[in-house]
Design a protein around this ligand. Structure first.
Ligand code: NZQ
Ligand code: ZN
Length: 385
């Protein structure tokens, strides 16, 4: 196991009716900006619960944060935060609303051009407006981590930043808020959580047994409950287990003391930036291809994954690895998320475009061995057509 230092400061309020806890978390004299997306929270009763919890607290709203949130949209909210002397941001939504709100929180206190936050991966952020979250989509883990992914629509650049200043002060995780999710977003969320786990697990062995077995438990939950959520979207226990699994998949816990890959995410980000695929869709396409391309380097962990997740113990190494990768692909498809670029109307013309964006962003040494170059990405994407 590698050395590590670990802390996570987000207060979690999990379960039915927990939105009411906002009252205890937001200072009574705060000036709150409630941020949200395209309006799902106004239809499913979540906004009403939030407004009720904030009874007596001064708040204004900023809606319209799109999926894969745009820098251009978020800068409008930054102006409102400054003009209205907002001193608390309450993000109500999925990963896009939470990520966008993290950016708003940091940009409103940033002395220079806010795009610099992204260009420096958040390293120069020294302050942010305090942020709380009400999560409505189990997927990204943004509710309990300090990362955010932002898109500059004008240039199709989708990039991320990290800062301890945007770690949510608290997050409410009420599984009932996810009952209204469209099947496509439930599927995306399960795939995203799954890929978060394996980006931190299917690398190379470092004898980190806690992290490995924790990761395997999360994967087994997703395999068991993902399809159940599609079949019965209002099953509370299923939604609860998926929600906590997704949060645990990317709150830093399973990242402790182990190598991390993240090649699938970095390649996927460029595909979303250029072609607008959902985040989960890009991962479903890229992950199997990365694993096929890197199966020699990932052999130890792929064999462990094959045995402990899929029970594959017969046959030679290569056939067990191939079967595990195929089973993974089949699971993503079962979640309603296609695993080939062609299924999204894309062809080999995407390859040079993705390579060019990775070069432009300096993402030229990907993976746990930092050995995936744009030339390797070309081969990986050929496997994903
Ligand atoms: O905008 P509204 O109307 O709310 O609709 C949203 C949106 O259309 C809808 N939705 C959310 N909750 C709902 C709901 N519809 C009905 N009922 C509900 N309860 O779902 C759609 C997608 O929402 P979005 O927030 O975009 O999805 P997700 O949570 O998957 O977030 C994706 C974004 O997070 C980033 C991705 O890159 C992408 O930009 N990520 C953030 C990470 C992080 N901060 O740690 C890590 C991830 O790897 C990921 O990169
Ligand atoms: Zn992700």
């Amino acid at each position: 196991m590698n050395n590590f230092s670990y802390r996570n400061t987000t207060q979690i309020h999990f379960g039915k009716g927990q939105i009411a806890k906002i009252k205890d978390e937001v200072p009574a004299d705060a000036r709150v900006l409630i941020t949200y997306g395209g309006g799902s929270i106004k239809k499913n009763g979540v906004f009403d619960q939030v407004a009720q919890a904030l009874d007596g607290v001064s708040f204004i709203e900023f809606g319209g944060i799109e999926a894969n949130p745009h820098f251009e949209t978020l800068m409008k909210a930054v102006e409102i935060v400054k003009k209205e002397n907002i001193n608390f941001i309450l993000a109500v939504g999925g990963g896009s609303v939470i990520d966008g709100s993290k950016f708003i929180a940091a940009a409103a206190r940033y002395p220079n051009d806010p795009w610099e936050i992204i260009q420096t991966y958040g390293a120069k952020v020294t302050a942010a407006v305090p942020l709380g979250c009400v999560l409505t989509l189990a997927a990204t883990g943004s509710e309990m981590n300090n990362g955010a992914v932002i898109t500059k629509a004008a240039t199709q650049d989708k990039l991320f930043f990290f800062s301890e200043h945007v770690q949510p002060r608290f997050s409410v995780l009420d599984p009932e808020t996810t009952f209204s999710l469209p099947a496509r977003q439930t599927g995306n969320g399960v795939v995203d959580s799954f890929v978060h786990v394996v980006e931190q697990y299917v690398t190379y062995p470092v004898n980190a047994k806690v992290q490995d077995r924790f990761a395997e438990g999360l994967i087994l939950n997703l395999l068991e409950d993902g399809p159940k959520a599609l079949a019965n979207p209002t099953d509370y226990d299923v939604r609860a287990n998926l929600m906590w699994t997704a949060t645990m998949a990317l709150n830093g816990l399973i990242a402790t003391g182990v190598p991390a890959d993240w090649a699938t995410h970095l390649i996927g980000q460029e595909i979303t930036g250029l072609y607008g695929l959902d985040h989960g869709q890009t991962l479903a396409v890229v992950l199997p291809a990365v694993w096929i391309y890197k199966k020699e380097q990932k052999k130890g962990k792929l064999l462990q994954y094959a045995e402990r997740i899929w029970g594959l113990t017969d046959g030679d190494d290569d056939s067990r690895i191939t079967a595990a990768i195929e089973n993974t692909r089949t699971f993503f498809e079962k979640m309603g998320v296609p695993t080939r670029l062609s299924a999204y109307g894309l062809d080999e013309s995407v390859i040079p475009a993705v390579m060019q964006k990775l070069e432009q962003h300096g993402h030229t040494q990907l993976g746990e061995h930092a050995d995936i170059t744009p030339a390797d990405v070309k081969e990986i994407l050929k496997l994903a057509l």
